[in-house]
Design a protein around this ligand. Structure first.
Ligand code: KIV
Ligand code: ZN
Length: 497
């Protein structure tokens, strides 16, 4: 097996996304998780860009010892000086410097010429070599660059001492075979190419980042630049989990990474939570529905044998089990399976009867939860919570206070709590009743049509003892929808324990 190095840029390119900024403590937490995950390089920031980025590179350098810590610069001495300073405490360090390689960048970004840009590139690498042995050079917008000029640039920067050459498809423009051919061209035409590692760094503007990265690797690149959950500028960067699982799933490619794949899902959750960036439910590998089966035929197939419809064992990426989502399209086999997991063993006649009722309910509701099944069975989960009342006092400049009234196994319970906002106060009041250390991982509000009198839908994900539960609630009052979603998630936790 040939090793492909994983260069993670969640903390640099990933963190450039508006609204996803992390503070230094959060960056350290993610960097430690990336170390556990087994990435080879962590790009910790762009030190000259802000004092916060500088500090993050310093602190990540101190906190993380196994991976190489990398700092980004432009091809400028002042950037390189600051990066070298930020990396001082790193056990293994790399400076990542570079400049635009496409004529578009040369003309419209730098107002320069190919000759001048080439010279600046070589000088930047030579200068960075004064501080660190390991210098990576990026040829920005290589995806749209003239391949002959790119080859010249790559050859010159390797001569100047670059240990890694990064070929980015900065604008996510390339087609996979075109990008792969560009990498192949470099291997065939750059004399000293084997003195450096070729890296690929793809953006996802056309949804091709993973495919382009793969074609890069198939044509000789041995480092992939990726982010967790594919976060990054615009449509994002290549997602770590996709590339890693492609190589693991297709062993015949003869390529492997050093990633401990069982840590993929927990790392994805951590990044999503700290960046306040929900993962789309159908995201490959780490989306909520990535291992959820909802059509009857698929459910039947998976229940018979997982391999019928799953190419990855969910446990391999740290997801406990695959899920069977019951909908109006689910068949008897899925219903029977789900009921068995809830402890119900039914005869064929009983199953037929329940299946009819189930279909009626499923026509009204989109998804049938365990709670719905329990009520269908004329039984309630022990300890299930039924929301009776939500009252919130809030406004400016009041501190929001909520009172919630619920029924648990027929017993009325109420609690009052103050919080940062109306939803927070409701959740704190519910937490008092629930009495368990529940963590809110994700909170998403959607309006159905967008008007202010509209029904709001709330999706939440909570975690308890390392397991994640999803909840949904809808109401014209968004705070009530939030309460319903939380209770829905907590009740799933109770049924499943
Ligand atoms: O997309 C890009 O070209 C980059 C470089 C700075 C490496 O992020
Ligand atoms: Zn980038």
């Amino acid at each position: 097996m040939t090793r492909v190095y994983v260069f993670d840029t969640t903390l640099r390119d990933g963190e450039q996304v508006p609204g996803c900024q992390l503070n230094t403590i959060e960056k350290i937490e993610i960097a430690k998780a990336l170390e556990e995950l087994g990435v080879d390089v962590i790009e910790a920031g762009f030190p000259i860009s802000s004092p916060g980025d500088f500090e993050s590179v310093v602190e990540v350098s101190k906190a993380v010892k196994k991976p190489i810590i990398c700092a980004l610069t432009r091809a400028r001495k002042e950037d390189i000086d600051v990066a070298a300073q930020a990396l001082e405490k790193a056990k293994r360090k790399r400076i990542h410097t570079g400049i635009g390689a496409s004529d578009i960048h040369i003309k419209y970004k730098f107002n320069s010429t190919r000759e001048k840009v080439l010279q600046q590139a070589v000088e930047a690498v030579r200068y960075a070599k004064r501080f660190v042995e390991d210098v990576e050079f990026y040829a920005e917008d290589a995806g749209r660059a003239d391949v002959k000029f790119l080859a010249k640039m790559v050859e010159e920067v390797i001569k100047a001492g670059a240990t890694v050459v990064n070929i980015p498809d900065t604008t996510g423009y390339c087609l996979p075979d075109e990008f792969g051919a560009k990498i192949r061209y470099l291997f065939e035409n750059v004399k000293n190419i084997h003195k450096a590692i070729v890296s690929v760094h793809c953006h996802n503007d056309l949804g091709l980042a993973t495919a382009n990265t793969l074609f890069g690797v198939l044509n000789g690149a041995r480092q992939v630049e990726v982010t967790v959950n594919g976060v990054g500028e615009r449509a994002g960067n290549t997602s770590l989990e996709e590339v890693v699982m492609i190589l693991k799933t297709h062993k015949s490619l003869g390529l492997e990474t050093g990633i401990n794949t069982k840590k993929i899902y927990p790392t994805s959750r951590l990044v999503s939570r700290l960046m306040r960036m929900p993962v789309q439910p159908n995201k490959a590998i780490v989306g909520r529905n990535a291992f959820a089966h909802s059509s009857g035929i698929h459910q039947h197939g998976v229940i018979k044998h997982r391999l019928n419809y799953e190419i990855i064992n969910p446990k391999d990426v740290g997801v406990k089990t695959s899920e069977i989502i019951l909908t109006a399209r689910s068949g008897r086999a899925a219903l029977k399976h789900r009921l068995e997991l809830l402890g119900f063993k039914l005869s064929k006649q009983e199953l037929d009867r329940v299946y009819k009722e189930f279909l009626k309910l499923a026509d009204k509701k989109r998804e049938i939860s365990d709670q719905d099944l329990l009520s269908l069975m004329g039984k309630r989960a022990k300890g299930a919570i039924y929301l009776e009342k939500v009252e919130v006092l809030c406004g400016y400049p009041l501190e929001p206070v909520a009172k919630v009234v619920v029924r648990v196994d027929g017993e009325r319970k109420e609690a009052v709590a103050a919080g940062n906002g109306p939803v927070d106060s409701v959740y704190k009041a519910l937490d008092k009743i629930i009495g368990r250390k529940i963590r809110l991982e994700e909170f998403l509000v959607q309006a159905i049509t967008g008007g202010s009198d509209d029904v709001g839908r709330v999706h939440v994900q909570i975690s308890y003892k390392g397991r994640v539960y999803y909840g949904y609630g809808a109401d014209t009052d968004i705070v009530v929808a939030a309460a319903k979603a939380y209770v829905d998630a907590v009740n799933k936790l109770k049924v499943q324990r």
